[in-house]
Write a new protein. Structure first.
Length: 688
């Protein structure tokens, strides 16, 4: 067990910040099983049945997960690996927490868990007057949960979650909407973004799966509106890349990603903007006007400055925007700006398939004179585009207003608009790549093979698959020179090149996927086989279809998915709404509702077995990311089934083999920290 000696001091900070919010705090330390249960019951009996009370439970300590069920662990619980039955008798499971949450009659209840494996609390599945939305949320009941990590993560002994929670309330940093209030939803989102900056943790947040208890929101009222400004870039801004077409005083071409055409959410007056998501200035010397329709400039702003939007001049999608400095009050308007000078996106641009647009620097790109160079083979996200340049940021989400990188000329960029990558198989010493499709054999370069690829979060990003004049297929990839032989690396002067590698079975096609997406896949798969096989054949089919609809809708937040599944296959829906990554010929995602209902027993049995087997594979992957997930795929004999569809050929018998270490130490692994996220590079066959 890890040392949790820092907990008492951390909880004193929690107590202090909650008392500043008007809470009456009761703190208990080192409780055994009986004391822990008794304290929950006593507290609920004392405060839980007064309707207008607000209750907050904060648990910091050990946690444990068994069979996808989470437990908080009292001081006298034995080690579950030694005494399983004794542990289960002592530990408090999340089902019990949910029962207590439903029993409480107080309107607003918030549970926070700073404990190992606490993510299993969730089913695997605007100040002079109170803003209207705050009034509505405080009228309705809610049971909210925020946990320090997901079910596959270990919370460090020196907590990051607890001090981040304290700072969010004490300094008002959790007030993302800058309206003087911190809601439970804002607090969860703040912790989701802040904690991973300092720890390999991904906090989870959500509400109880009971509509009647999920319509409200827990609200902290700041003593004064949060006017703490988000740090602004220096002047002149160091993040502007030169030469930049956006340093001019006017913009002739439209900018994809700007506020042009963006539909702002409005209040009932149809003018005031009902959102406090940050806007960013897209160029230097961007003019701010006195009036919504005038030409008299009041001031100019620098590239990258963070602003709040107050109101619109004309319609939701056209005209100027009234702005103020980040964290301002409504009466502190700075003036009016043209939409094309403002960035309205907090997530990257998407391609036609709904995938986020990413890019690599082809050659080291200089920033403003005297400043640093952009690194080669560093991946950046594309947030805006002009005919000649891209706006880059190194964060996927801009809601916390991180600095922008700047504008880079397109001829310095290698776009990467997929999640696909390749690498040579481990047993190979090298493979050959060509700088262009007409290269002769003397112009080929060596790409290293072996297991060293497991030490890096990125392998060879797959840009496209192309065919030459002889109809031979090639992988078009981006390659950093550090993987070349020493002689070849000198030829390219430490730059990134795009090159071509013949398609062959010497290479592994991989998916670049976040730990969150993997967890979502497991949450989707488990209910499709767990606890349904004691029902009739047709009832099981209907149960799987219902679960597919509900779980996908819950994970993706896409309410129309149930209707879409009536006529489309699930894979096409996920691609269209930018959902979970889908591989070609996916054994599960290839079917529509009608096809599953009409499926013969033999094919349906193969499908359900595949679901269970691929879930086991993903569980092994995420549980032991430093061990190779060895497996075999074998086709079923055609003679065993009659009346099956052609799609059944994609259903194969999956057998897991004993795992072996990926390399001599833990640097060799499937998962790596990248841009404050945990990213996996896995064979595409790992996807269901």
């Amino acid at each position: 067990m890890m040392n949790l000696n820092s907990i008492p001091d951390e909880l004193k900070d929690v107590k202090k910040v909650l008392e500043s919010q008007g809470f009456q705090v009761e703190m208990r330390l080192n409780l055994n099983a009986d004391q822990l249960r008794e304290q929950f019951k006593t507290f609920i009996d004392k405060y839980g049945f007064q309707k207008n009370n607000r209750l907050l439970f904060f648990f910091s300590g050990h946690g444990y997960t068994r069979k996808d069920k989470g437990y908080i662990v009292p001081t006298d619980a034995p080690n579950p690996n030694i005494d399983k039955i004794g542990f289960l008798r002592k530990a408090v499971d999340m089902d019990q927490i949910m029962t207590w949450a439903r029993r409480i009659e107080a309107k607003h209840v918030l549970f926070l868990f700073d404990s190992c494996f606490s993510g299993t609390a969730f089913k695997a599945k605007g100040k002079s007057s109170v803003p209207e939305k705050i009034q509505q949320w405080t009228k309705e009941p809610v049971r909210q949960f925020i946990t320090a990590g997901n079910a596959n993560e270990t919370v460090p002994a020196k907590s990051v979650f607890t001090p981040a929670f304290v700072d969010a309330i004490h300094y008002g940093w959790g007030d993302l909407y800058k309206d003087g209030y911190i809601t439970g939803a804002e607090l969860g989102l703040y912790l989701k973004n802040k904690v991973p900056e300092h720890s390999n943790q991904n906090p989870q947040s959500g509400k109880i799966e009971d509509y009647a208890l999920s319509r409200g929101d827990f609200v902290f009222v700041l003593k004064k509106p949060n006017v703490t400004p988000i740090p602004q870039p220096p002047k002149p801004p160091v993040s502007t890349i030169t030469p930049s077409p956006l340093n001019n005083h006017s913009i002739q071409a439209s900018i994809e990603g700007s506020c042009e055409g963006y539909s702002f959410p409005l209040l009932s007056d149809n003018q005031s903007i009902n959102s406090s998501l940050p806007l960013r200035v897209l160029r230097n010397n961007a003019p701010v006007y006195y009036k919504a329709h005038g030409h008299h400039k009041k001031t100019t702003l620098y590239f990258g400055e963070v602003l709040d939007a107050l109101s619109i001049s004309d319609s939701r999608t056209s005209g100027r925007v009234q702005i103020c400095k980040s964290g301002c009050l409504p009466n502190e308007a700075l003036g009016w700006m043209d939409r094309q000078d403002l960035l309205c996106r907090i997530k990257p641009l998407q391609d036609k398939q709904g995938l986020e647009r990413k890019a690599f620097i082809r050659t080291p790109a200089p920033l403003s004179p005297g400043n640093r160079f952009l690194s080669n083979f560093e991946m950046y996200f594309i947030f805006a585009e002009t005919p000649k340049s891209y706006l880059l940021a190194d964060k996927y989400n801009l809601i916390m207003a991180p600095p922008l990188i700047g504008w880079v000329d397109k001829d310095r960029i290698i776009p990467w608009n997929t999640r696909l990558q390749i690498r040579p198989k481990e047993m190979l010493e090298f493979v050959y790549a060509y700088t262009d499709l007409q290269a002769t054999k003397d112009q080929k370069i060596k790409i290293q093979g072996g297991n060293f690829w497991y030490k890096y979060p990125l392998h060879l990003p797959l840009l496209d698959i192309v065919i030459d004049r002889q109809r031979k297929r090639y992988y078009h990839v981006a390659i950093p020179t550090f993987i070349f032989s020493r002689e070849d690396a000198k030829l390219f002067n430490d730059s990134i090149i795009d090159a071509y590698i013949p398609v062959s079975d010497k290479l592994v096609e991989e998916i670049w996927i976040s730990s969150r997406d993997l967890d979502n896949f497991k949450s989707l798969l488990r209910p499709l086989f767990y606890g349904i096989h004691n029902k009739g054949f047709n009832q099981i089919k209907r149960e799987i279809i219902r679960t597919l609809k509900e779980e996908t809708q819950l994970i993706l937040g896409y309410p129309e998915i149930a209707d879409a599944l009536e006529v489309e296959i699930l894979g096409e829906i996920l691609k269209r709404i930018n959902g979970l990554p889908v591989r070609e010929h996916s054994p599960l995602m290839q079917y529509s509702k009608r096809e599953i209902l009409n499926m013969p027993p033999c094919e349906f049995h193969r499908l359900t077995k595949w679901i269970k087997d691929i879930f086991d594979l993903l569980t092994r992957l995420t549980s032991n990311p430093t061990y190779k997930v060895a497996y075999s795929l074998d086709p079923y004999p055609e003679s065993q089934c009659r009346g099956i569809s052609d799609k059944s050929k994609n259903l194969q018998r999956l057998r897991l083999k004993p795992p072996k270490p990926l390399g001599p130490n833990d640097e060799y692994r499937y998962d790596h920290s990248f841009r404050k996220q945990t990213i996996y590079s896995i064979p595409k066959d790992f996807l269901p």
